[in-house]
Design a protein around this ligand. Structure first.
Ligand SMILES: [Zn+2]
Ligand SMILES: [Zn+2]
Length: 436
């Protein structure tokens, strides 16, 4: 008998943790932080008790067979290796709400992810951008390839999202099939990849879909007749070409640095417009991991040595050099380094806020950030795209797959999800179990 157990991430955007349980194995996906707003930056997790503190806070779930002995036993759980069934984890993509908890897992627990996600995951570790530590037992799966653990077969199917390596999964047991979308969109560079996902999962018995874009307003999904979006990665790139030509000074972009492909396209499309990308070391490292041929320079305000192995041999550009020829550069900058703008403001002619933190007014930093931009007197444009399919495409994907049972989650209002092509829609609560 196959059971689906829902741990978290059902009526929130983040922390989706679901288990597929059979006679022989337990497959868990994804493993990000749930209820992340319970984390207070002013309070420290205690050294050596990071995992138990996060579990007690409800940010990580109480699950048997996934934590180290010392953590699991303190929590009254079975540790990794103590369950009868084999336990394994699959991760759809490298966004913190889907993978932020990996550093808390028992080191030997097998964690599967797409080959590209594994590359990015490792580089996130190299650049110090992972929570706690890098998980040691990460196993890559190629797109369209499968892995079988016990009596559960998992196939990794690529989707288009705003991060390299994103995939969904088709999970097969002797009782039926389940597809999980992860996060996906149709306004990226490769809408055909998301379309293919639907084709490959057609006829799944169960479907678990994200529903981010039906979270914020009333949506009548059945009446949607087509896409209403006017922007895409391609239109954003066209806008960038225009800004690069028109602006008289430095352009600063605040981009989410895991959206590596966007930076790659800017590098290649803007070089014949006389602009070189100056990237922070983290962003530079991620671009170099996937596009070793791309020419960019690495921004170290005061100069210095580049430590990351992938950045060896890259040209360093300093604050002084940027100030001398601002029109030659587009500077990528993360919000955490925003005070650097105090020294660059005279030479900046445009600041583009494109999907970097702080993303929206639900983040307490958002107002502080925009107040600062106005104190600095910078012309800014908010031109982010997001990574989630608009409601029309959410429904179209479900229509195409036509599962017997649909389970929408990863949304503040999953109850708004409707499709005429599904047998039934289930809205589970945290802790619920359903049988295939
Ligand atoms: Zn997500
Ligand atoms: Zn995502």
């Amino acid at each position: 008998m196959t059971k689906l157990k829902f741990y978290s991430g059902l009526r929130e955007i983040g922390g989706t943790v679901v288990a597929v349980e059979t006679k022989k194995a337990i497959c868990i996906f994804d493993f990000g932080y749930a209820h992340a707003d319970r984390i207070d930056d002013k309070v420290k997790v205690r050294p050596g008790k990071e995992t138990t503190d996060l579990v007690n806070l409800g940010v990580l779930d109480r699950v048997d067979g996934i934590y180290e002995e010392k953590d699991a036993h303190e929590l009254g759980l079975k540790a990794y290796g103590e369950t009868e069934r084999e336990v394994f984890v699959i991760i759809s993509h490298m966004h913190i709400d889907h993978m932020g908890g990996l550093g808390s897992l028992a080191n030997n627990l097998p964690v599967y992810m797409s080959r590209e996600s594994k590359i990015l995951y490792h580089e996130l570790g190299v650049m110090g951008e992972l929570e706690l530590r890098e998980h040691e037992n990460v196993l890559p799966i190629d797109y369209d390839a499968s892995v079988t653990v016990g009596d559960i077969k998992v196939t990794c199917i690529q989707v288009d999202h705003d991060v390299k390596g994103a995939c969904g999964f088709l999970i097969e047991t002797e009782d039926g099939t389940l597809c999980y979308t992860g996060d996906y969109r149709y306004h990226g560079y490769h809408p055909e990849i998301s379309r293919e996902f639907a084709r490959k999962c057609k006829g799944a018995d169960y479907m678990i879909t994200e529903g981010v874009t039906i979270s914020f307003g009333d949506v009548d999904m059945l009446s949607l007749e087509g896409s209403v979006r006017e922007t895409s990665e391609w239109t954003l790139l066209e806008d960038m070409k225009m800004h690069a030509a028109e602006e008289e000074g430095l352009i600063v972009i605040n981009n989410y640095n895991r959206n590596v492909e966007r930076v790659h396209h800017m590098i290649t499309e803007l070089k014949d417009r006389g602009r070189t990308l100056a990237l922070e070391p983290e962003q530079g490292d991620y671009v170099a991991a996937f596009y070793p041929e791309d020419y960019f320079e690495v921004y170290l305000p005061e100069g210095g040595e580049l430590k990351a192995p992938l950045l060896k041999g890259k040209k360093v550009v300093t604050r002084k050099e940027i100030k001398e020829s601002p029109k030659k550069y587009i500077l990528q900058q993360d919000y955490k380094n925003v005070y650097e703008l105090f020294e660059l403001k005279e030479c900046i002619s445009l600041y583009l806020h494109m999907d970097g933190a702080p993303l929206g007014d639900y983040d307490p930093s958002f107002k502080k950030f925009y107040d600062l931009l106005s104190v600095l007197g910078l012309k800014s444009i908010k031109c982010g795209l997001g990574g989630h399919a608009e409601p029309y495409y959410l429904r179209k994907t479900v229509d195409e797959i036509a599962p017997k049972t649909l389970i929408p989650l990863h949304s503040f209002r999953p109850e708004q999800f409707k499709s005429a092509s599904v047998g039934q829609i289930i809205l589970p609560n945290e802790g619920d179990t359903i049988e295939f």
